[in-house]
Structure formats: C-alpha cells, structure tokens
Design a protein around this ligand. Sequence first.
Ligand SMILES: [Zn+2]
Length: 407
Amino acid sequence: MNQIIKLSLVDMKEKDNLENIEVEELDITDSEIVQEILDTIGLGVRRNIKDILYYIIPSLQKEQILDSSNSVIHLRISGDGRNVGRKIKHVMITVMILNYENYHHNPNYYYTIALYPGSEKYDTVKFILDPFIEELRSLKEDGLEIAGILWKFILYFSSDWKFLAICLGLNSANSKYFCPWCLCSKNQIGDLKHGLFNNMTRKVILDEMKRLKVFFQFWENKDSHNWEYTSLVGEDKKKVLEHFNLELLFRPSCATLIRKLWDEFNLLYCALKNKKTNLLEFKNQAKDWLTLFLTPSSGNPNDFKNFTKGLYLPNQITPYMHALVFHGWEFIKKHKQWGVKAFSCSAVEKKNHQQVSTFFRKTFKNGGNLSRKKPAIQEIMEYENRILYFNYNSLPKPNKIKKICIK
Ligand SMILES: [Zn+2]
C-alpha cells in the first residue's frame, strides 16, 4: 500500500520558527505526548492527492458514489492545528470527497495530505503544501483522467476561523480587519472578553454542569491569571444551550431575556444546518436575533421599579456572530448542494485528536516495534494508508462459519 500511495518525509528545519508563539488553550497536556511531539519537530510528512484519487475513484464508481456521466468531484480541503503542550501544534491538512454524502462526519473518510508538529503559520503551511497547491491547480484546471474518464474538480475549503485566516494570509478573529468575507473592522464590532467569573458564579456553573452531566472545568492561566474554561462542543454544547438554568445566575427578567436569546440562537443554528432553510427567512431571523442581543436598557436606572436592564452592547458582538448574522445566509445559498453542515470541522478535529493521543505515546511506538524507530508522523501516515485500503477492500470472509447452537 505504501508503494501505491507514497509517503514523503519533508525536512522542515529552519522553516518553522517557534519563537513568539502565543499561548492558547491547551488541547493536549499529557507530558509523554508533548515530549514525543517535541522530538519529532523539524519533520513533516506528505501524501500525493493524485495517488489517493487514482486509488479510490474506481471504487467510488463501483459503489455508485461517482457517476461517469456526470464526472464532477467535489473536493473539500480542511486544515486543523491542535495545541500540544504550550508551544507546539500538531498540524494536519486533509481532503474529503463531498460526493460521499454518508461520510461527511466520519474522520476515516478525511484523507490526510500533510502532517507536521510545529506552528500554524502562513510560511510554514505554505512550505509543506507547495506541491499540494500545484496538484490542486492542476486538478482544477486540467482535471484528472482515470481509465478514459476525465474527472473535473470543484474545490472547497473549510476549517476553523484561525486556520482559514492563516491560509488566506489574513488576520485572525481578534485582529482589526478580521472578516474573510467583508471589510468590516473591529472598531465597528467590538472585542472578545474572557474571564468574567468570580468564585461563587464558578461554583454555580460547575454544579449546574454536573446536573446536566456535562464535563466542564475552570482553571487559572498561569501567565495571564485569567480564568479559562472547557470549550464545549457537539452534544454537550447543545445540552447547555437548551437546558442550562439561567435563573441560577440572573434575575428572573434578565434570565427570561437571555433564555430567549439562547433559544433563538439554537433555532438559527439548526436552520443553518438545514438544506431546506428559506434564505430570506433566515436573513431576517438572524437580524432579529442580533437586535435581541442588543436589547437596550429601558427606564430610569435610579428608579429600580421602572428600570429593565438590557442585554449587550454593540462592542460585544463577536466575529463569529458577525459571520452568522451577515454571511450565514450567503453560505446557505452558495452551498445548497451539500448543505452548510457538510463543512463542519468536527470530523477533522476528531481525527487530529485521535492521531495525537494514539501515536505520540512511547508505549505505542515501542509496542512490538522495538527495532524500527520510525517518526510518529510516519506511523500515522502508514496507518492512514491502511485505513484507505480497508475502506475500499472488503476483508475476505472465512470459508466455513461454524454455527453454535446453545440449548
Ligand atoms: Zn463580514
């Protein structure tokens, strides 16, 4: 298999400067994993996308996922960097064939193109991806001929905000011109603030999370002394969004208002993922939601009886909210065929997490593999090749199946 889809090791030394990297929330803190990653720094590994396509396209045709009478392949490219320890990231770039609709959220159908431990920066990403960029250009311009069929390609890119901004050579979500889709500046929208919890509210939040059976922690960042907390994803986030009892933290009138804000956000979130959502309705619903977010206070602040506290100020609108409200309807319109949900980052994030936690442990590397000291990233790519093989070749069935009758 490693002959069919070749792996190339890339010397990244001096291409990656790890100075001046901001400390972010840590995804992986296991010291054994961190040390293994540090030992592999300076090395990257790549696979050629055309090798992968030559291998899988005939199978996809057999499975009727691809149709030679409509020979268009929709290729999604994604990137993800996972923080390992304080300074290093496990950076991966993947491709996914969107035509494979049942597997939009299955990490095994995201094929890793490049991997390296290091930093998530424009120059580094560009260095390791140079050949890939050339391959993509050729796929887009010339297509790819396999067994007399010329396949055409439509390319998509999706990742979290930070990776997207890096690849576009743009700014990240916390810089002045943050938006990849318009020229809105941060002065016009505001800042992200963290760490507004005291001991009592932290306790209330932890107890409520326990009630909801959601894993959640607070910890103090040793450098900034800010309180950080588990970022919720997937089902946990949904559970908190739908069921967190806000009256534990706010006065009833305020709790009702925030509950309404969260409920309507949930509706928007579901509408965004639904291919059948009406564009105009979504656009209006999103603007109404922003108006609700900006509910002003009313009455006289000195007259407690007649005063109702509002919600948030315009400078508290985050870049993510900006994208949802002003560009969400554009995404739905543009990606009608596969739906916005097809571009969720969760499968790629999951894949990255799995790779790091499995392959960077010494126990794994040495287990039955004492004589061959391969770099972990090479082990990962070889494993990926094996997955590709098993995804497209059903295992031979044993000839005789013994039936056991239990009386
Ligand atoms: Zn914008």
